[in-house]
Design a protein around this ligand. Structure first.
Ligand code: 1CP
Length: 385
C-alpha cells in the first residue's frame, strides 16, 4: 500500500459485501442494502469527540481524520456502504473562494459572489489533483482501512447547489440572491455552472482513480477491475427551483456530469462505477432524473415509494427515502415504517436510505434499529416473493 513513503491506490483488500453495488447495478440481492446520508456525523458521540479539537475544514484536509470519521459508523452498525467524510464546499474552495465553518451558524463564505464581475476572481482552470488531492488521499487510505468490508461512496455537490452557496454565502431559506442571478444574469449563471461542471467531472474521476482497484503506476486499470466504488451527486437545493428553472439551470449539468464522467473513466481505462443522483425535493423532475444517465435515483421523503416506482420505470434503482425525523419514533414504530417503505419500493432494485441526512440529535440506537429493520424485513420479503 505504501510506495516511496506515500499511499498509492493499489492492492486493495477484496470486497466482502457487494450487496450495495449489486442493487445499484440492478442485480438480484439477498436482502436490501442500506446506508444513511450523513452517517458520519454529529449524532455519534465518538464523532463529536474526534471533531471537537479541530476546525472543520482542517479535518476535511486530513486524510487520517477523514478515514477515521468514515469508519466510525461502520464499527457500530452493519451498514452496506461507507461514504467518504468530506464536504461539498471543498469545490468552491478549490475555485479560490474562502469558506469557514462558523460554530452555531454553519459553513460561511466571507466574500460571496455579488456581481457578475466577481466570476473573474475564480480560478478559471483548476488543477483538481493539486487542490483536492487531500480528498483523493483520504479515499485511498480509507479503501485500505475498510479492509473490503463494504464499498466506498465518493461524492460531490451538483453545480446549482454549489452555485447557490457561492452566491448566498451560506445556508438560506429562500435562495433569493442565487435565484436573482438566474433571472437577471442567465448567461453569467450558465458560465458559472459550466465552470463548476468542468471541475466536478475531474473531481469525480479523480475520486474513482484514487479508489480503483489495480491502479498501479505501471498499468493503471489495464486489467479491468471489479467495481469497488460508487459516486453520489448531491443537488440538495433542487427544491428551490421550479420545473422550468430546474430544466434550464440544473438538469443539463447533472446529465453532462454523468456522461462526461463515464466517458472519461472509459478513456482512462478506469472501472465504470454506479452513479447516484440525489436531487432533494425535485419530484417534478423525477422522470427526467430517471433518464439522466445515473444508475440510481435518490429520493427525499416527500415522494411516495409506489409513485416513484411507477414514474421511473423498471430499469432504475431507487434509493431512499425515510423521513430522518421518523428516527425520533420509538424503535418498534421505526420497524413498522421500514416495513411499509420496503413494501412500497419492493426489496429489489432498491437501496434503503433516509430521505435526507441524519440530524445531530438523532439517537444512534435508533439508527441501528433502522439498519436492522431493513435487513430483517427485506430478507423476509424476499422469502415470501
Ligand atoms: O462541525 C461539523 O461537524 C459540521 C457538520 C458537517 C458534517 C458532519 C458538515 C457541515 N458537513 C459534514 C460532512 C458531510 N457533508 C458529509 C460526510 C459524509 C456523510 O454523509 O456521512 C457529506 C456527504 C456532506 C455533504 C454536504 N455538505 C451537503 C449535501 C448533503 C445534504 O445534506 O444535503 C450539503 C448541503 C453540505 C453543506 C453543509 N456542510 C455542513 C453543513 C452544516 C452544511 C449545510 C449548510 C446549510 O445549508 O445551512
Amino acid at each position: 500500500m505504501e510506495k516511496n513513503g506515500s499511499i498509492v491506490p493499489a492492492e486493495f483488500p477484496e470486497l466482502k459485501n457487494e450487496t450495495f453495488l449489486r442493487a445499484a447495478q440492478g442485480e438480484q440481492t439477498e436482502y436490501t442494502p442500506v446506508w444513511c446520508m450523513r452517517q458520519a456525523g454529529r449524532y455519534l458521540p465518538e464523532f463529536r469527540e474526534t471533531r471537537a479539537a479541530q476546525d472543520f475544514f482542517a479535518t476535511c484536509r486530513s486524510p487520517e481524520m477523514c478515514c477515521e470519521l468514515t469508519l466510525q459508523p461502520l464499527w457500530r452498525f452493519p451498514l452496506d456502504a461507507a461514504i467518504i467524510f468530506s464536504d461539498i464546499l471543498v469545490v468552491p474552495q478549490a475555485l479560490g473562494m474562502e469558506v469557514v465553518m462558523v460554530p452555531g451558524k454553519g459553513p460561511t463564505f466571507p466574500e460571496p459572489l455579488k456581481e457578475v464581475e466577481d466570476l473573474l476572481k475564480l480560478q478559471q482552470k483548476v488543477d483538481v489533483a493539486a487542490e483536492l488531492g487531500y480528498v483523493f488521499q483520504a479515499i485511498t487510505l480509507t479503501r485500505h482501512k475498510l479492509e473490503g468490508k463494504v464499498p466506498l461512496i465518493g461524492f460531490s455537490g451538483a453545480p446549482w447547489t454549489l452555485m447557490s452557496y457561492m452566491i448566498e454565502g451560506g445556508g438560506s431559506n429562500t435562495m433569493a440572491k442565487a435565484k436573482a442571478w438566474l433571472y437577471r444574469h442567465p448567461e453569467a449563471s450558465h458560465r458559472l455552472l459550466t465552470l463548476l461542471t468542468d471541475v466536478i467531472v475531474d473531481y469525480l474521476v479523480g475520486q474513482v482513480a484514487a479508489g480503483a482497484q489495480g491502479g498501479t503506476e505501471e498499468g493503471r486499470g489495464l486489467k479491468v477491475a471489479p467495481m469497488l466504488q460508487a459516486l453520489q451527486l448531491f443537488e440538495s437545493h433542487a427544491g428551490h427551483l421550479g420545473p422550468e428553472q430546474f430544466a434550464e439551470f440544473a438538469l443539463p449539468s447533472i446529465r453532462s456530469i454523468a456522461k462526461r464522467v463515464k466517458n472519461k473513466l472509459l478513456e482512462d481505462a478506469l472501472p465504470a462505477v454506479p452513479m447516484i443522483i440525489f436531487a432533494k425535493d425535485a419530484h417534478y423532475a423525477l422522470e427526467d432524473l430517471a433518464q439522466s444517465g445515473y444508475e440510481v435515483v435518490g429520493l427525499d421523503w416527500t415522494i411516495c415509494p409506489q409513485d416513484a416506482r411507477q414514474r421511473t420505470g423498471k430499469d432504475i434503482t431507487l434509493q431512499g427515502n425515510l423521513d430522518p425525523c421518523a428516527l425520533y419514533a420509538p424503535k418498534e414504530k421505526i420497524g413498522e415504517l421500514v416495513k411499509k417503505m420496503l413494501e412500497g419500493f419492493g426489496s429489489q432494485r432498491y437501496i434503503a436510505n433516509l430521505g435526507h441526512g441524519l440530524y445531530p440529535d438523532i439517537c444512534p440506537e435508533h439508527v441501528g434499529a433502522f439498519v436492522d429493520a431493513v435487513h430483517i424485513h427485506s430478507r423476509h420479503l424476499n422469502k415470501c416473493s
